[in-house]
Structures are given as structure tokens and as C-alpha cells.
Design a protein around this ligand. Structure first.
Ligand code: GLU
Length: 302
């Protein structure tokens, strides 16, 4: 399969549409990102690589980091985790407080904010310094030793993250955080601020395309890799997950920085970045690019 030709065709078709999306504006650092940026990068299990556009420019990975923290929590506390977090699509916004109240402090899944806060709490309890642990994990997976947090983004998230703070304190009131909410929030905001490129993210997610292993060996078991891919398919793209599965048909995790990573188990890992979002919070051009990719290559899990 000539992935490079396909990425080039997608690039040519998508670039004129880029101004249609709307960049996230809840923190100033995201509001000023150039909406005309567009990059894609793909690694396959045979070692081929293809990329296009701004594939080497780092951006704020935001909620894509939730897949990394979930992986870390599953490596250390897989059983405990599923007593404290569910595995169902939320059907509500990713930062809903109401759903948490109705469901007695058990978040629907690890990819909504409440779920990610519980996952972060577990990583904090298991690994001590959750900030260093995640940064080092991302460095190891991407092979890029200088991957790091954007401390300005982390600072803004903390300064303006009132709703996340509400969720963390609410979780604590239900007894579903072991650590102090402020410690959990500090780690969570840093995780969201991780800056990585499409190339680095595509490489990092290869363990999910390779049944849990990357080129250094096992990251998680094949069964855990299957579980994370299933969760990405059913919960990874906000409250548009049904439409995304319908049109793309690949497990994927998106973030409000405009990145989406999609995985075809046994075949490849693919990352797209276009900062303009649709009204559900997924990259508009990124979703359209992935839909074209899946349609033109015929590669989807269905
Ligand atoms: N920092 C954002 C928040 O916690 C992440 C949102 C996202 O990418 O889904 O609200």
C-alpha cells in the first residue's frame, strides 16, 4: 500500500478546508494556534513511514495523554482500576459533573475528564511522581528524549481549570481519589500539556498496533492492548464516538489541541493534527482526513 501517495492526496484536498474548524479557546495558548496547520504521520508494522505537512511540529496533545496514563495504570493496577472507573461511552460532554453525581462518583470511562482524574490518581499512588513517570513513558515510546511538558500550557490549565477542579473535589467527596485533589490536578494538567508531533505520536502508539509490544519489547499484554483499542473505539472521540466509528471505523483518541491518533491493530498507527475543532471537540479536518484515509485505503477494523 502506497501510504505516502494517499497522505499527499488527503493533504491536497484538506488544506483548503482548514479555516472551517474553530480552535479551542479555553486557554490563551490554544486560542492562538494557527488554524491552517495540518500534519499527518503513519508508521506501519513493517517499518514503513509516511508523512505530510506539519507532521514534525509539536502541538499540545491534551486528551491524547489519557491513553498513555490509562496504559500506565493498567500496567500497575489493572484490577483496582476497573472497580473505580467504568467502560461505557458517556453520551454526555467530556467534563460533565451531572453524570458523576448520578453515578455516585464512578466515572463512565477513563477518557472523560473524571475518569482520567481517577486514572491519574492511581498512577500517582503507584508510581509516586506521575509527572516524571508520564514524561519518561512518552520519551521511551516516541524515542524522542526531549519530549516535554509545555509549562505555560500547564500553568494556564491550572489557573483556568475550574471545572476540572470541581470534578476532582467531587470525586474526592465520593471517596474515589486516594490523593489530595490538588496533587491529582497538578499531574493531570501537566499530562494535558505534553507537546508532541504527529510523527512522535504515531510512533508512540505503535504498541497498540503491535498487540502491546513496541520495538523494545512488551509495553502491555496483548489482551490489555485489545482492551485499550476497544475503549478508544467506544469512548475515544468525545460525544461523537458513534459517528466517528461509523465514518472512520478505527480505534482513535482525540484531544482539543486538534490531534487525533488512530490505530489499526496488526497494521499501523496514524496521527493527524489540524487545530480547528468541530462542535464536539474533535479536529474537524483531522476527522475528515481520517475518513478519507479509511475509505481510500479500505483499512478499518470492520
Ligand atoms: N485540558 C483539557 C481539559 O481537561 C483537555 C481537554 C481535552 O483534550 O479533551 O479540559
Amino acid at each position: 500500500m502506497l501510504y505516502q501517495d494517499i497522505l499527499d492526496r488527503i493533504h491536497a484536498e484538506i488544506v483548503p478546508t482548514l479555516p472551517q474548524g474553530r480552535v479551542a479557546d479555553y486557554i490563551p495558548q490554544l486560542a492562538c494556534v494557527d488554524e491552517r496547520k495540518f500534519g499527518m504521520a503513519l508508521y506501519d508494522v513493517d517499518g514503513h513511514f509516511a508523512s505530510v505537512g506539519d507532521a514534525d511540529e509539536r502541538f499540545s496533545i491534551q486528551s491524547i495523554s489519557k491513553a498513555f496514563t490509562l496504559t500506565q495504570a493498567m500496567r500497575t493496577a489493572d484490577e483496582q482500576l476497573w472497580q473505580r472507573v467504568g467502560r461505557e461511552p458517556s453520551g454526555s460532554s467530556f467534563n460533565s459533573l451531572v453524570q458523576l453525581e448520578y453515578e455516585n462518583g464512578i466515572p463512565r470511562n477513563p477518557f472523560i475528564n473524571a475518569g482520567a482524574l481517577v486514572v491519574t490518581d492511581i498512577v500517582l499512588s503507584q508510581l509516586g511522581d506521575a509527572k516524571v513517570a508520564l514524561r519518561d513513558f512518552a520519551r521511551r515510546l516516541s524515542g524522542a528524549e526531549d519530549v516535554d511538558y509545555d509549562l505555560t500550557v500547564a500553568g494556564s490549565e491550572a489557573r483556568l481549570g475550574y471545572r476540572n477542579a470541581a470534578l476532582a473535589y467531587f470525586l474526592k467527596s465520593f471517596g474515589n481519589l486516594e490523593n489530595h485533589p490538588d496533587a491529582v490536578l497538578d499531574a493531570y494538567f501537566h499530562h494535558c500539556s505534553l507537546a508532541m508531533s504527529c510523527r512522535e505520536l504515531a510512533k508512540s502508539f505503535m504498541y497498540l498496533a503491535r498487540h502491546g509490544a513496541n520495538s523494545d519489547g512488551e509495553v502491555i499484554t496483548p489482551s490489555q492492548a485489545k482492551s485499550i483499542n476497544s475503549l478508544m473505539l467506544t469512548c475515544g472521540t468525545y460525544d461523537a464516538v458513534g459517528a466517528f466509528a461509523y465514518s472512520v471505523g478505527l480505534p482513535a483518541k482525540s484531544g482539543v489541541g486538534g490531534g487525533i491518533v488512530a490505530v489499526m491493530p496488526g497494521r499501523f498507527s496514524l496521527c493527524v493534527w489540524a487545530p480547528g475543532l468541530d462542535n464536539r471537540g474533535n479536529s474537524l479536518a483531522g476527522s475528515q482526513a481520517l475518513e478519507r484515509f479509511a475509505t481510500w485505503t479500505g483499512e478499518s477494523i470492520f
